[in-house]
Design a protein around this ligand. Sequence first.
Ligand code: NAD
Length: 367
Amino acid sequence: MKAFNLSRRDFIKTTSLVAAGLPFMGALPAYAQTPGKKLGFALAGLGNLSTHQLAPALQKTQFCRLTGIVTGHPQKAAAWKTQYNIPDKNIYNYDNMEQMADNPDIDVVYVVTPNSLHAEHTIKAARAGKHVLSEKPMEVSVEKCQQMIDECKKAGKQLAIGYRLHFEPNNLECARLVREKVLGRTKIIDAAFGFPMGDPTQWRLKKDLAGGGCLMDVGIYSLQATRYLTGEEPAEVSGFTTVTDPVKFSQVEESITWQAKFPSGIIARCSASYNASGLNNFKVSTDRGWFTLDPAFSYHGIQGVRSDGQQINFTDIDQFAAEMDDFAQCILANRPTRVPGEEGLRDVKIMMAIYESARTGKAVSLA
Ligand code: NAD
C-alpha cells in the first residue's frame, strides 16, 4: 500500500484550493452541503499539543467541534470547562472513559498522551464505541499497534494516526514532484529533524513512556517523508545512535542516523537529534536536478526551492484543522482515512528495525 493515498485529482483539488488562498477543504462529499453537521471530538491528554495546537485548531474546523475532554487533573478540567464551554457530563478521566459509551456528544477521541499510553487510551475509546485519532508515534511496539488496529476493527470504528503532513500542501507537492518525475528520477533523499531538548525530567526522555528517543519523536518525520515522497517501503535499513550527555540521555538515544534502501534503488540518509539545531529539512536529488523543503516539518512556514529556480511555497494552512476535518469527513462519508493505523504500524516496524541495526551493527532487511 502506498504511503500517500492521494489521487492526482484530489491533489490538484487540494493544492489549487490552497494556492487560490481558500481554506483547505479536500474533496467535498455531498453531505458537506448539509449545514451544521459536525462531529464531536474529545481530547484525551491536555498537554502542550492539545492546549496550543489542537483545541485552537478545532475552532477553525468545518466538520468537528470540541465537545469533551479526558484528563487526570481536576484543575485543568475546570479551566478547559470555562474556556471551551464543556459541560460536566463530557469531562472524563482515564479511569472512566468507558462511560463515554452513553454519550452521543462524543464521536471521536483524539489520543494525545505520552507514546506508551496510546494503546490503552485508544482501546478504551474504541470499546466505548468511538472513532480514534491517535498521535504519532502510534505506540512503542509493533504488538501494541496491532492491538489498537484489532480493537478498532472489532468495534467497527475508524483509527487514524496524527500524520499532519499528509495534509500539508508543500509536502504534497514534493510527493508529486517525485512520483511524476517532474525534475527527473529520484536517487538520493536527505532528511533531518531535531532540536536541543529542554526539560531533562520530561517523559520524552523516559524509555517506558516514550519507547525510544529522538527517532520515535522527531525521526519519524524524516522516515515518513522518505515513504510519502517515494510511495515505496524501505527494503533495508542500517542505523547508529550516539549519546554525548549520558546523564540527560541515560534511557534513550540523543542522536541517530540511518540509511534506507528502497526497491527502486533510491537511497535515503536520515538523521534526528535531541541535541542539535538546524535540522528541519529534506533534499531530494534526482538524475537531472533537485529540490528541497526547509523548513519541511514545522507547523507553519514550510517552503522550498527547486533546481529550476521555482519556489515551492503553497499557502500556509492549519495542518491540525485539515487533519481533523479530513478524518471527520472520512467518518461521515464512511470512507477510509489516508492515515490509518496500518500506516502507523509500518513506521513503528521500521523504527524497530533501525534500533535493531544500531544495536547489532548490522543492516536489517525489511523485505
Ligand atoms: P505533553 O507532555 O505536553 O502532554 C501529555 C499529556 O498527557 C499531559 O497532559 C499529561 O498530563 C498527560 N498524561 C497522562 N498520563 C500521563 C503519564 N502517565 N505521564 C505523563 N503524562 C501523562 O506532551 P505533548 O507534547 O502534548 O505530546 C503528546 C503526544 O502528542 C505525544 O505522543 C507526541 O508524540 C504527540 N505530538 C505530536 C505532534 C505533532 O506535530 N503531530 C507534536 C507534539 C506532540
